[in-house]
Design a protein around this ligand. Structure first.
Ligand code: SF4
Length: 472
C-alpha cells in the first residue's frame, strides 16, 4: 500500500491550520527557528559567487538522471551488489517495511538504531517495527525528542523545530526517567549523549536513509551534523538503508555540486560536519552485512507526469519551508504529512493521491519565495497550479469545472474579457462601498469575508486608450 505517514487520514489543511494558528507558543517557536536558519543561509549563499550556476548545475543533473532513471538505478544495483551489498526493490511502504522486519528477524535481533530518515517516516516504519516486536531507537537529537515526546515531526531538517528548550527538558526528564536535568543546551545534549551511547555500543542492527546513491560505484552518501549517523553506519553488524529511487546521481563527481547546495540551503553551513560515503562492505571495516531498499511508493507515478516530475529533484533541504509565509504561520503539523511546507504541498498529494490531500496544493499564496530559495530550482508555484488544475478536472464539481471553463474563455479573448468587465461593473454597484466590494453575494461571500475586493475602475485601459486617441 502506498503510504505517506498518516496523510491518508489527516484532516484538511484549513481545518488543521486553524487549530495550530491558535497555538501562540508553537508559532513563536517556528518563527524564531526559521528566522535563525534563514539568516544563516542568506549569509553563506551570499558569499558564494557562483550560487546561481550551482543551482542550474543541480537542476540539470537531476533532470538528466530522472530522464535516464532506469539506467542509473540498474547501474547502482550492479555496482552495489558487486561491492557486497544486497539490493531490494520495494513497490510501496508495506513492502519496504516488510523487507526491513524480515532482515532484522532473520538475524535474531529485536532492536535497531536509526539515523534520521524521512523515507522511513513516509513508510511508517517505526509503527511497523513496534507491531513486529522490534524496538526502534532514534539517534538524531531532534528525532529522539519526537520519539520520547510521542510527537510528530514538523520540519524536514529540524523535526522538533516546534519545541523550545523548556519543552525539550520536560520531554527528556520524562522519557529518560531522569530526576534532574539543567535547561542549558549542553545539559540537554549531554543527557542525549549518555542515553544514546549505550545503544550505539549494544544494538547490532543499524538503519539509515540516504542523501545520494552513486550509480557508477554503488556507493551511498549520508550527510549530517551530529555524528550519530556515523555511529549507526559503522558500529552495528548489519546495516539497512532505505532510499527513494529518485536519490540516485550518476557519478561521485556530481556530489561536488550537491554537497555545496545542500548544507548551505538546509542549515546555513558551508559544509556538513559529517559526510559519510560507503560502498558495499569491507571485511574488518564497518558492518559485515549491508542491505539497501530502493523505494518507489508512488514515485514512478510522479515521474510519469511531465508537468510535475521536477518534484523528484528535491534534495530535502527545507529551504522552501523556512521561506514560506504559510508554513511560518502554521508550522508543519497542519500539512498532515511528514513532508510539510511547499515541497509537502506538491509531493504528498502526488504520492498519496489527490483524493486524500487535495487541500494541500491550495496551502500557498503562490508568492514564489519557495522557488527563489530552492537549490535545484523546482518551480513549486507552477506545480501547485498544475495540481490545482488536476484536482478540478478529476474531482471538482460540475459547477466548478464549468466556472473554470468560463474563466479560461474569458481570459483567452479580449472581447469576452471586455463583456465580463461590463457585467462586473454593473453588478458591483450594488455591493461597492468607498471603492471596495466588502461583501459579495452567494458563493463569493466566503472570499470577501476575510478580504476587501478593490472595485473595478469605471473605465478599462483599452477604453481609456481608445477615448484618448479619439480626442487627440
Ligand atoms: S523543494 Fe527545493 S527548497 Fe524545498 S526541500 Fe526540496 S530542494 Fe529544498
Amino acid at each position: 500500500m502506498i503510504r505517506v505517514g498518516d496523510a491518508a487520514t489527516a484532516p484538511d489543511f484549513p481545518e488543521a491550520a486553524r487549530r495550530d494558528l491558535g497555538n501562540a507558543q508553537l508559532r513563536r517557536n517556528v518563527r524564531h527557528a526559521t528566522d535563525v536558519i534563514r539568516g544563516k543561509r542568506a549569509l553563506v549563499v551570499g558569499e558564494t559567487d557562483d550560487w546561481q550556476a550551482l543551482r542550474e548545475a543541480g537542476r540539470r543533473i537531476k533532470a538528466h538522471t530522472l530522464a535516464h532513471l532506469d539506467t542509473y538505478l540498474t547501474a547502482f544495483e550492479e555496482n552495489c551488489t558487486r561491492a557486497g551489498g544486497h539490493v531490494h526493490w520495494a513497490a510501496d511502504a508495506d513492502e519496504a517495511n516488510r523487507i526491513v522486519i524480515d532482515i532484522i528477524r532473520s538475524r535474531g535481533e529485536s532492536e535497531v538504531i536509526k539515523v534520521k530518515t524521512m523515507t522511513s517516516d513516509e513508510t511508517g516504519l517505526n509503527r511497523a517495527l513496534e507491531a513486529a516486536g522490534i524496538a526502534p531507537h532514534e539517534t538524531d537529537l531532534a528525532d529522539l525528542i519526537i520519539q520520547l515526546g510521542h510527537d510528530r515531526p514538523s520540519h524536514i531538517v529540524v523535526p522538533a523545530l516546534h519545541r523550545n528548550r523548556a519543552e525539550i527538558r520536560d520531554i527528556f526528564l520524562r522519557g529518560m526517567q531522569l530526576t534532574e536535568l539543567g535547561g542549558e543546551p549542553e545539559d540537554l545534549t549531554g543527557a542525549a549523549r549518555r542515553f544514546l551511547r549505550e545503544k550505539f555500543l549494544r544494538v547490532r542492527v543499524g538503519f539509515s536513509g540516504a542523501n545520494f546513491l552513486i550509480a557508477d560505484s554503488g556507493g551511498v552518501c549520508v550527510v549530517e551534523s551530529e555524528g550519530n549517523a556515523r555511529m549507526c553506519l559503522t558500529l552495528p553488524q548489519v546495516l539497512i538503508t532505505m532510499a527513494g529511487i529518485e536519490k540516485v546521481v550518476p557519478t561521485l563527481q556530481d556530489l561536488e555540486v550537491f554537497l555545496q547546495l545542500l548544507p548551505r540551503s538546509a542549515t546555513g553551513e558551508r559544509m556538513n560536519p559529517y559526510n559519510t560515503i560507503w560502498t558495499g562492505v569491507t571485511p574488518g571495516d564497518g558492518p559485515g552485512e549491508f542491505h539497501i531498499i530502493l523505494l518507489d511508493n508512488g514515485r514512478t507515478k510522479v515521474l510519469a507526469d511531465p508537468h510535475a516530475r521536477d518534484t523528484l529533484h528535491c534534495i530535502r533541504c527545507a529551504a522552501c519551508l523556512n521561506a514560506c509565509p504559510v508554513y511560518r504561520q502554521t508550522g508543519g503539523h497542519a500539512y498532515g504529512s511528514i513532508y510539510s511546507g511547499p515541497i509537502g504541498a506538491i509531493l504528498t498529494p502526488q504520492l498519496q493521491g489527490l483524493e486524500h490531500s487535495q487541500s494541500l496544493p491550495y496551502a500557498s499564496s503562490l508568492c514564489g519565495a519557495c522557488y527563489e530559495v530552492c537549490p535545484v530550482k523546482i518551480d513549486i508555484p507552477e506545480i501547485l497550479i498544475h495540481l490545482r488544475r488536476r484536482i478540478v478536472e478529476e474531482r471538482g464539481s460540475y459547477l466548478e469545472r464549468l466556472a473554470m471553463k468560463g474563466a479560461a474563455l474569458t481570459f483567452s479573448d479580449h472581447r469576452w474579457f471586455s463583456r465580463a468587465q461590463t457585467v462586473g461593473r454593473f453588478l458591483q454597484r450594488r455591493f461597492e462601498k468607498d471603492g471596495y466590494v466588502t461583501s459579495a453575494p452567494g458563493p463569493l461571500a466566503a472570499w470577501t469575508r476575510t478580504r476587501d475586493l478593490p472595485a473595478m475602475p469605471a473605465q478599462s485601459f483599452r477604453q481609456w486608450w481608445a477615448a484618448r486617441k479619439a480626442t487627440a
